[in-house]
Ligand binder design. Structure first.
Ligand SMILES: [Zn+2]
Length: 87
């Protein structure tokens, strides 16, 4: 797996991963977009970085419309607040 430098990631135009969607952004993620991450690990990982025990399936983004569409396909997931995070 090739790891990208932070500067390379910031210069990329990030596209919505939903098949057929043409929405995108560059730079800081707009407020209503969402990261879509899928991985296997023996236990949930709070710090998602390169680690040999994590098998990555997906690291992408969804535009607001498709983040909402995906959430409608899943049962309501309650996310535990992270210490120090403002909601
Ligand atoms: Zn989209």
């Amino acid at each position: 797996m090739k790891m990208m430098k932070v500067e390379e990631l910031r210069s990329l135009r990030i596209r919505c991963a939903w098949d057929g969607c043409r929405q995108s952004f560059q730079g800081a993620m707009p407020r209503d977009w969402r990261w879509l991450v899928s991985y296997w690990a023996r236990a949930p990982q709070l710090a998602l970085g390169p680690a040999p025990e994590i098998e990555w399936d997906c690291d992408a983004a969804l535009c607001p419309a498709h983040a909402h569409a995906l959430s409608q396909c899943l049962y309501p997931i309650v996310v535990a607040p992270v210490e120090g995070q403002v909601r």
